[in-house]
Design a protein around this ligand. Structure first.
Ligand SMILES: NC(=O)C1=CN([C@@H]2O[C@H](COP(=O)(O)OP(=O)(O)OC[C@H]3O[C@@H](n4cnc5c(N)ncnc54)[C@H](OP(=O)(O)O)[C@@H]3O)[C@@H](O)[C@H]2O)C=CC1
Ligand SMILES: N[C@@H](CC=O)C(=O)O
Length: 333
């Protein structure tokens, strides 16, 4: 790539997340150019239904055929925000085999095929970034992989589904039904295309699988992780807990002791002294216990257009940013 040429990006998906990534890239051109030394340009978008009206520049090539994306000349990166394991796995495998870098937000895909994709990317010498797959806008993958490399992570306790936390908060604060709160979460762009994944706990389960794999280096079988969602919770349950100064939270846990690893997603009733008690609305929070550092808390928006686009564009910059790639220790004279 010459100094003048742009970094060419294809977006897979133009829903809540994909359109957010597009808008951030468009609106932060100067900053991105400064960070990576080149303009970043979205040249193509893959969607399911090409007849839908989209807010994007007329120069962007829109298609429902992934082969047309792969055939584009000089493409550098594929940013994926579509839904489910397939066809995303096939698309990203082909992209990697063609030498393209990949940024993904697709947790269902990454929980089931992250291992295979990472091996493929390593073999091809391309970058595969997946910060957006866990905890929305909270950069927990980067924190665990870049900032906690020396620590032994012993435990993670986390609220990982923004939609469930939003629903539980609204049910308590406004005494509305789960269904009504879910409709609001969908309108705000927090929920999955199939919201069963949120309220039955699968979305948080995928995130726990990804974190467990990251920490242990071992592939996780979904069937070995117990998973419960919030679908059975009523306002009555929430009010009963409230009377005891407790809150019901949807929590994923990972405990690591030597070779033993325990992971699960369940409902937890927490008292006021618990760090997850005051994590409200769409926020996620990840409590990390490291053997050297003790307990750390990472908290922030766990879903939504711009928080998710934020971490994806940071991932994109991280692939190219010459500063982060070339930090060297300076010897004092
Ligand atoms: N919403 C959020 O807060 C977060 C979502 N994610 C993940 O990001 C991904 C996208 O989520 P979100 O933007 O909310 O979902 P949306 O349903 O809003 O958007 C999905 C997009 O993908 C396109 N699409 C779906 N299936 C296909 C397919 N087979 N081929 C081509 N295009 C397809 C849709 O096309 P069309 O527009 O034509 O329907 C749409 O543009 C998911 O994997 C989700 O789990 C991750 C973190 C946060
Ligand atoms: N539906 C998910 C979106 C982000 O991962 C959630 O609510 O957390």
């Amino acid at each position: 790539m010459s100094d003048e040429s742009s970094i060419k990006v294809a977006l897979l998906g133009f829903g809540t997340v994909g359109s957010g990534v597009y808008e951030v890239i468009e609106s932060r051109q100067n900053q991105l150019r400064h960070l990576v030394g080149h303009p970043i340009e979205v040249v193509a978008v893959l969607v399911d239904d090409i007849s839908k009206e989209r807010k994007m520049g007329s120069h962007v090539f829109v298609t429902d055929d992934f082969q047309e994306i792969l055939a584009l000349p000089d493409l550098d990166v594929v940013v994926e925000a579509i839904v489910g394991v397939e066809p995303a796995y096939t698309y990203l495998s082909h992209a990697i085999d063609q030498g393209l870098h990949v940024v993904t937000a697709n947790k269902e895909l990454f929980a089931h095929k992250g291992f295979e994709l990472q091996k493929r990317a390593k073999d091809q010498g391309v970058e595969l970034k997946f910060e957006a797959t866990v905890a929305g806008g909270v950069p927990i993958i980067g924190a665990l992989t870049k900032l906690l490399q020396v620590n032994q992570v012993l435990k993670i306790e986390a609220i990982l589904n923004g939609t469930s936390n939003y629903i539980l908060t609204k049910m308590r604060e406004e005494q509305i039904s789960l269904e009504k709160a879910l409709t609001e979460a969908q309108a705000l762009g927090y929920a999955e295309a199939n919201p069963t994944n949120d309220i039955e706990g699968y979305d948080a389960l995928y995130k726990i699988m990804i974190l467990t794999e990251l920490l242990t280096g071992r592939k996780v079988n979904q069937n070995y992780v117990r998973c419960a969602g919030i679908s059975t919770i009523s306002t009555d349950d929430i009010n009963q807990a409230n009377l005891r100064h407790e809150r019901i939270k949807h929590v994923g846990v990972i405990e690591i002791s030597g070779e033993k690893v325990f992971s699960e997603v369940s409902l937890l009733t927490v008292s006021e002294s618990h760090k997850l008690y005051s994590v409200e609305g769409v926020d996620n929070a990840v409590l990390v216990t490291g053997d050297l550092i003790g307990e750390l808390v990472f908290q922030g928006p766990g879903a939504g257009k711009y928080p998710t686009a934020s971490v994806m564009v940071e991932d994109l910059v991280d692939i190219y940013n010459p500063v982060s790639k070339s930090i060297k220790l300076v010897t004092k004279k």
